[in-house]
Ligand binder design. Structure first.
Ligand code: SF4
Length: 870
């Protein structure tokens, strides 16, 4: 092979993975020999070489037909299948297009004549033949050819032989058509047998153990710097993440350290969809956001995308803008509306101008320059300009992989642009759909060279010799592999023409052949298998050599990446820190919410009031629960500011009531709408719901003992406990006929007597009582909700509220005595807050309604403790 390359001959391999390995081997040989300069070896996979040959023919005018790119071919098949009536019923169009393309390739690779297929009478064959005719007609119309015709068309067998220049490696992977052509026109290069090396068999108890053992073997052996291994995991595509995890744990544990980088010393063949790489993902997000209505979650993700932020300070500022937007945003809007809102909110919250928002605005303006239907050559120019303005503005800080992924996207856009004749014109949405599909279907892997440990997913003869070779999945059920005929083509026909995967006998012979070759390719060859995940015991494939010894008992256990981090973590010291600095005297604490949180759990009080650990709002369609509560409060405030007492309520005529409730609903909705407007449709729905709810509520109030309203939604008052001041707003104060007072708090959700006990779940009513203790005989939640309206009260008198009795006042003789008890409790709770008490000590049900589990981690720890006791 080295001599052929040195003579400038072209060397052909059956696929790209093998050609890359051959290229690397030749380059390495030159370096090992101390060469400083050498001609680049001409090594290609057959398909790339044929494309190159076709291009040469076009340049010399010998062939005018244009070769379809991969994307063009996929889209053409898709159009053909979607446009055909026949066969639509039994496959989804995308799957059918893929299957049809593969079937056509198989016909050409195995020299199966179309006439043979025409003689078959299956629905699948008929559907395929129809699609194939339509595909060929489209190719003719466009003066294009597909890659599967290159071998026959670009270099027909009777043309002048290029055998003087072409060598090919002997390999079972060649399909019959290619092999025949190569035998006629090229010179075969045989592999160099290493001689039968040692063989062993390894059994694992689980698939994860099998991977861990492979990785550990590679780690141990590669302590010798010259060691090179080829490892085959046949189901690599399905288990890619697990494989990387296992090999990283053994060969690149540094990858799990924060900020660490560096070569891994191994590589996994194949790639992942280009659409998954960060610069491509954010490019797609921008393009998608530029069309139609965008949900808030999508806009928020784009706004906060790290690629859009020029610095950490910008990222922090945009995160604050996002929090503020969540309180004001509707659930969906177009990108222009989102950007307008973001600028308004940034101004009103005094966050300053956001460069990220401006970049998005510029990108969006560039995108909107092109309207209507256009060719990809036009769309591509606009897209690239927009990407460079916004998400690709900071390319200088990209990693090599990110840079390569973005370059691949540019190449792909250039490919789309060169296919204008095939694709025609498309509107923005349709063009973006095709681009998205192409990015998902294009596999990408950053160029890293061929390291010493190579993990392949292809069951093939690696041709080159290695120090070690390991093949997994060799149980009796997996080796030889089960048959997997090509869809749409009759199995009988496939067997007749030698499609290996179509027949059990062919698979068996192929497996024997490969196994024989593997044993000649390495000094040490390991075959492994694992018990099934369902707990079933597996047996080795009967093909494995009976005399092979079992490999040494594994020392490796599966090492998910957290395991490596755990192992390398330093020893930790425990330090209880439950006391924060005292709350600054004279500073206004937030209000009732602070004391409520502190009473439920000291850590919760500290985190919510002093760390400002608040849950993020999530804009939903319509009004959220908090807004609905506010609307009811405003509406009732309006109603009682008009009625003022029970007598006016009793005299209210139904028509007047309707007008009053309507006015109250309009008033309340207008207040909330000014801050966040979910739209007319939702306002109308809310208004109808509100009228019904308020009508029911007035019926509840009609059944009360006579009262008049003394005050409504008092402006913020200040309550002082333990030297701290808290803001308080009482919903309503009523006077009874004898002048006694009743304090009310509206609740639109569930409500219970949660103010009782040393650490009340909600000390809100006691706080009200301490602000207005004069002549006080009752406090109550007014439960205004559609499911159940009524009062939940603490009262020293019966029948103040419908069907109510006096309550036990927690054992106190009078309401005034109870208020004294509440005063002591609140002083203590506020005192703990003021002193900085922050111990994680929840009351019985406090964790159920708490959003801080991720911060305190107590519920998770309790669950773990429960499980360990079971
Ligand atoms: S989840 Fe429970 S323990 Fe943790 S802060 Fe909330 S109430 Fe306290």
């Amino acid at each position: 092979m080295a001599a052929a390359a040195a003579a400038g001959r072209t060397i052909l391999a059956p696929n790209a993975e093998l050609s890359a390995a051959l290229f690397d081997a030749l380059e390495r040989a030159h370096r090992d020999a101390g060469d400083e300069i050498w001609p680049t070896p001409r090594i290609f996979d057959l398909s790339s070489w044929l494309r190159e040959q076709h291009l040469q023919q076009q340049l010399t005018g010998r062939n005018s037909a244009r070769l379809l790119s991969d994307i063009e071919e996929r889209e053409l098949w898709r159009n053909v299948v979607e446009g055909a009536a026949l066969g639509r019923d039994f496959l989804d169009p995308a799957g059918a297009a893929r299957a049809a393309r593969r079937a056509r390739r198989t016909l050409s690779e195995y020299n199966i004549p179309l006439q043979a297929l025409e003689r078959e009478r299956s629905d699948e064959a008929a559907a395929f033949l129809g699609w194939n005719r339509a595909f060929e007609a489209r190719c003719l119309e466009l003066n294009c050819i597909s890659a599967d015709t290159l071998l026959a068309d670009a270099l027909p067998a009777d043309a002048q032989s290029p055998s003087g220049a072409v060598d090919w490696i002997e390999n079972p992977l060649w399909r019959p058509a290619a092999r025949r052509w190569l035998e006629r026109h090229g010179r075969m290069l045989l592999p160099e047998d290493a001689g039968a090396g040692a063989v062993s068999v390894f059994k694992a108890h689980a698939a994860a153990d099998e991977l861990a053992a492979m990785a550990d073997w590679a780690r141990r052996e590669s302590s010798d710097e010259r060691f090179r291994a080829w490892i085959c995991v046949p189901d690599l595509n399905r288990r890619r993440a697990e494989i990387i995890d296992a090999f990283d744990a053994a060969l690149a544990p540094q990858r799990f350290a924060l900020g660490a980088s560096g070569a891994a010393g191994y590589a996994v063949a194949g790639g992942t969809p280009l659409a998954d790489y960060a610069p491509v993902r954010v490019a797609l997000e921008l393009l998608q956001a530029s069309v139609g209505s965008v949900p808030f979650a999508q806009f928020s993700m784009l706004l906060r995308a790290p690629q859009l932020q020029g610095s950490d300070a910008e990222a922090g500022s945009v995160a604050r803008l996002d929090v503020a937007l969540r309180r004001r945003a509707s659930s969906e809007a177009d990108l222009t509306t989102w950007l307008d809102l973001a600028e308004r909110v940034a101004r009103s919250e005094e966050l300053g101008t956001s460069p990220g928002v401006q970049r998005l605005r510029s990108a969006q303006q560039q995108l909107s320059q092109l309207q209507g239907a256009h060719r990809f050559s036009e769309w591509g120019v606009v897209w690239i300009a927009a990407l460079e303005t916004a998400p690709w503005a900071f390319r200088a800080r990209w990693s090599s992989t990110e840079y390569q992924a973005a370059e691949r996207l540019r190449e792909l856009l250039a490919t789309l642009a060169s296919g204008d004749a095939v694709f025609g014109t498309h509107g923005r949405e349709s063009a973006q759909r095709i681009l998205r599909r192409a990015l998902r279907e294009t596999q990408f892997q950053a160029q890293t060279g061929v390291p010493r440990i190579w993990v392949s997913g292809q069951i093939l003869d690696p041709f080159l010799n290695y120090d070690g070779l390991w093949v997994g999945n060799c149980s009796d059920e997996q080796w030889p592999p089960p048959t997997a005929p090509v869809a749409l083509l009759p199995v009988r026909l496939q067997r007749q023409y030698g499609v290996v995967a179509a027949g059990a006998d062919a698979q068996l012979a192929h497996a024997r052949e490969l196994q024989n070759r593997w044993q000649k390719r390495a000094n040490h060859c390991v075959f492994s298998y694992a018990d099934s995940a369902e707990g079933g015991l597996s047996s080795p494939s009967p093909l494995l050599p009976k005399s092979a010894p079992l490999a040494a008992a594994p020392t490796a256990a599966p090492q998910p990446h957290w395991h490596a981090m755990f192992e390398s973590a330093p020893e930790l010291q425990s330090f209880w820190d439950e006391l924060a600095a005292p709350y600054p005297a004279g500073e206004l604490a937030r209000g009732v919410a602070t004391l409520r949180a502190q009473s439920r759990c000291a850590f919760r009080g500290f985190a919510e009031a002093r760390l400002d650990a608040q849950p993020l709002e999530r804009p939903i369609p319509g009004f959220n629960e908090r807004e609905r509560g506010e609307i009811v409060h405003h509406a009732l405030e309006h109603i009682w500011s008009v009625l003022r007492d029970a007598t006016a309520l009793a005299a209210l005529h139904p028509i007047e009531q309707g007008r009053l409730l309507n006015a109250a609903a309009v008033y309340a909705l207008e207040i909330v709408r000014k801050r966040r407007d979910p739209g007319k449709k939702w306002r109308e729905r809310e208004q109808a719901r509100l009228l019904n709810l308020l009508g029911k509520w007035l019926d509840v109030e009609r059944a009360r003992a006579a009262f008049s309203v003394e005050s409504l939604e008092t402006n913020d008052q200040v309550a002082s406990f333990a030297g701290l001041n808290f803001r308080v707003r009482i919903d309503r104060v009523d006077r009874l006929a004898d002048g006694a007072r009743v304090l009310l708090d509206y609740k639109t959700g569930a409500a219970s007597a949660d103010w009782r006990g040393e650490r009340p779940d909600n000390p809100q009513l006691p706080i009200y009582a301490l602000l207005r203790p004069d002549a006080l005989v009752a406090v109550a939640y007014a439960k205004v909700n559609a499911a159940e309206s009524g009062f939940v009260a603490e009262s020293e008198r019966s029948r103040i509220f419908p069907r109510s009795h006096d309550t036990k006042l927690e054992g106190m003789a009078s309401f005034a005595d109870l208020v004294n008890v509440w005063s002591r409790r609140l002083e203590r709770i506020a005192g703990e807050f003021a002193a900085g008490h922050a111990e994680v000590a929840p009351t019985n049900k406090a964790c159920n309604s708490c959003h801080l589990q991720g911060l305190c981690r107590v519920p998770a720890a309790l669950e773990e403790a429960d499980e360990s006791h079971e």
